[in-house]
Write a protein that binds this ligand. Structure first.
Ligand code: FAD
Length: 436
């Protein structure tokens, strides 16, 4: 069977490279086509002023099992590649939730009940909410907005602002008033309500291209596959028993194609195929949310009180001290997720605003040597109730779709992207690759 298959993968992001690794491991001939010069897509390394950055600070959670397993499979070492932090949410001077060393779910309940910055009634209300969710097995009969769900469970304004809103925005990249309550519950189920290790926060010490896609490319090549960067697929042409991919470097024929391009590019490629016009239109209907990362290079001695720190009611939602994470002295990343008034500011002004917040909130008096704002305006789809997310199979049996936007429990995340890639590889190779 392996001899008859010859799979073309359009896109070398996390989804495409996950599929590539699994197919290559099974000896199935594959070629990855990546339009950019480097692999990684929306999770890629970027060089700036001689410093290695990412297109945005990402975090992984301990429950991202498939991603972590794949990083290990292609030669990474999850223990060395990440700074692992026990679940701890700190909003500077306003709120602190720290989970003690107890078995799940007691670690979370104890953490909620002893959180600083909330009244006893608010802490009890948060713990009751988590217990109610467990009682409902984290399933809602009908999806609604996260805000409506929180209000229905008696979570007051302050509790929402200090606890649930930061979790919702960082996990779903969608404001609580718009976010899908069901997807939020899926995330809470797998992270906060799983084991202690599941709720750990993992901050990569190396950039996102180096962490997985680059290693994956080496793995694929060692297993006989090809990875072509700067090679854009311009169209997909269906033939009787195969699929043609047209690239500026020539036409290639494949028994199967996995389209792992980002939603807008996938829709553009699918639109030209009459049987997939409807799917293309549905993908085009997805709305998107931005993520801004403001990198500030301070003198080497500047440090944050901890590696990851939130700010309340500021433009900067989360600050990351890259010296504590990756040994990059004086480098601080401020992340602003989802839509908001920050989008109205020119990048230069936004960087000044963040610098001012660091001065006022944390007493950092030094001036940055340089700054860099990376605005990913279509970072993720807007994770709202009732949106359409296509499945990985299409009406064309040998053409599959993967990516963080395809149907799944998770919002747009690395783990969701990786899982879709593994499912597609499973569908093609017929082997069980993904745990339920
Ligand atoms: C700033 C930012 C911060 C984020 N933070 C987090 C986080 O903390 N945790 C988390 O889990 N997730 C986070 N995400 C989301 C995560 O990065 C994405 O969910 C994931 O990278 C999507 O992977 P993908 O493979 O589905 O798509 P993509 O990464 O978009 O990959 C698609 C690839 O296809 C290529 N391509 C497109 N068209 C073509 C074509 N015609 N021919 C060839 N190649 C093509 C693109 O160049 C790209 O490399 C963040 C995203 C951003 C932007």
């Amino acid at each position: 069977m392996a001899q008859q298959l010859n799979v073309g993968i359009i896109g070398g992001g996390y989804a495409g490279m996950a599929a590539a690794v699994m197919l290559a491991q099974r000896g199935i001939p594959i070629t990855v086509y990546e339009s950019a010069k480097q692999l990684g897509g929306r999770a890629r390394g970027v060089s700036c002023n001689g410093t290695q950055l990412d297109n945005g600070q990402h975090i992984l959670l301990g429950c991202y099992r498939h991603t972590l397993q794949l990083v290990g499979q292609v030669g990474g070492n999850p223990d060395q590649d990440f700074l692992r932090l026990p679940l701890q949410l700190t909003l500077h001077r306003r709120f602190k939730l720290k989970t003690p060393a107890l078995p799940a779910p007691f670690h979370l309940l104890a953490g909620l009940l002893t959180a600083h910055g909330l009244s006893f009634a608010q802490r009890l209300s948060a713990a009751r909410f988590m217990l109610a969710l467990r009682g409902m097995k984290f399933r809602l009969p009908n999806d609604t907005s996260a805000l409506e769900l929180l209000r229905a469970h008696g979570q007051d304004k302050k509790l929402i602002r200090l606890l649930w809103e930061p979790i919702c925005i960082s996990a779903l990249n969608t404001p609580v008033s718009k976010a899908s309550a069901q997807v939020l519950l899926n995330v809470l189920r797998d992270s906060l309500s799983g084991t202690r290790a599941d709720s750990e926060i993992l901050l990569p010490r190396i950039d996102f291209t180096a962490l997985f896609p680059q290693r994956a490319a080496e793995y694929v090549q060692q297993h006989g596959g090809q990875v072509s960067t700067s090679c854009s697929v311009e169209s997909i042409v269906l033939q009787e028993n195969e699929i043609e991919l047209l690239t500026p470097q020539g036409t290639r024929h494949h028994s199967h194609v996995i389209c792992a391009a980002s939603p807008a590019n996938a829709a553009r490629l699918l639109r030209a195929i009459p049987q997939l016009e409807h799917t293309a239109k549905q993908i085009e209907a997805l709305a998107f949310q931005p993520i801004y990362t403001v990198y500030l290079q301070y003198p080497a001695q500047v440090r944050l009180p901890q590696a990851m720190l939130g700010l309340d009611q500021c433009f900067s939602q989360w600050l990351f001290d890259k010296s504590q994470i990756a040994g990059q002295q004086g480098l601080i990343a401020a992340v602003i997720s989802a839509e908001g008034i920050h989008q109205e500011l020119p990048n230069e002004q936004l960087a000044r605003k963040v610098e001012q917040e660091l001065r006022e909130q944390l007493g950092i008096a030094e001036t940055p040597v340089w700054h860099q704002v990376i605005a990913e305006k279509r970072a993720t789809f807007s994770c709202e109730p009732g949106i359409f997310r296509p499945g990985i199979t299409t009406p064309i049996p040998n053409l599959l779709l993967v990516g963080d936007y395809t149907a799944g429990d998770y919002p747009a995340t690395l783990e969701g992207a990786v899982m879709s890639g593994l499912k597609a590889a499973q569908a093609i190779s017929g082997t069980l690759l993904i745990s339920s």
